[in-house]
Ligand binder design. Structure first.
Ligand code: PGA
Length: 248
């Protein structure tokens, strides 16, 4: 089964609305590749200007977070319906920065995943271990727990459309990439976990990205692995390097 590669930029808390439009313009000629799904996951305030700037191009619109309630007294939060109405297709949930700095739990991520699926989004569910966890040999146990909780109540059909991003925390923004073998080992392990939760067909359909200091230099080797179906790119998504990754 051939899975379409997906290269998503996670812009994090970077770019004002006008800077965002400038970046879209700079990247536009560099990110044309019909064989790949290209996604810009941008800060909430940049969603509408970026939507307008990518109109008619091959780039898909993404958000970096969502809340799991429909509406109401949740000051500062953004609902699924708001994202839908703004034209968002992909939504990152469970990024390690959300978990670490904002206290998001696996249960929150499960609620967000169910809500996104109910609204017909393509969720990008992040998971990943800390350096301490890797060094104590519990990487796969930790990730299995994250995945199993996140996918509670998700059907096989729904799971097929979910993207999982494996992002070792120690590799994010550090310039320290997991080795190709380490990244492939965990992505393969995640696919096996999905197979255990669902079946072979679901495991073969679900797309698994690697994220963590992926750049123009190391992308070719990582993306050549059988279980790595794309990348979630932070730092390099804000530079012309992103185009190199899309074309790689
Ligand atoms: P990085 O970030 O590419 O800057 O390491 C990846 C991510 O956090 O999604």
């Amino acid at each position: 089964m051939s899975r379409k590669k997906i290269i998503a930029g996670n812009w994090k808390m970077n770019k004002t609305p006008s800077e965002a439009v400038e970046l879209v313009k700079t990247l536009a000629p560099l990110v044309q590749n019909p064989e790949v799904d290209v996604v810009y996951c941008v800060p909430a305030i940049d969603i509408i200007p970026v939507r307008d700037a990518i109109a008619g191009s091959n780039v898909h619109l993404g958000a970096e977070n969502v809340y799991f309630e429909e509406s109401g007294a949740f000051t500062g939060e953004i609902s699924p319906a708001m994202l839908k109405d703004a034209g968002v297709e992909y939504v990152i949930i469970g990024h390690s920065e959300r978990r670490g700095y904002f206290g998001e739990t696996d249960q929150d991520i499960n609620k967000k995943l169910l809500k996104l699926l109910e609204h017909g989004f393509n969720p990008i569910v992040c998971c990943g271990e800390s350096l301490e966890q890797r060094e104590s040999g519990i990487t796969m146990d930790w990730i299995n727990m994250q995945i199993k909780i996140a996918f509670q109540g998700v059907t096989a059909d729904q799971a097929k459309g979910v993207v999982i991003a494996y992002e070792p925390i120690w590799a994010i923004g550090t310039g320290k990439t997991a080795t190709t073998a380490q990244a492939e080992e965990v992505c393969k392990g995640i696919r096996e976990t999905i197979c255990g939760l669902y079946d072979e067909a679901t495991a073969a359909a679900i797309r698994i990205q690697y994220g963590g200091s992926m750049n123009a230099k190391n992308c070719a080797e990582l993306l050549a692995e059988p279980d790595i179906d794309g990348g979630l790119i932070g730092g390099a998504a804000l530079k012309p390097d992103f185009g190199t990754i899309v074309k790689c």
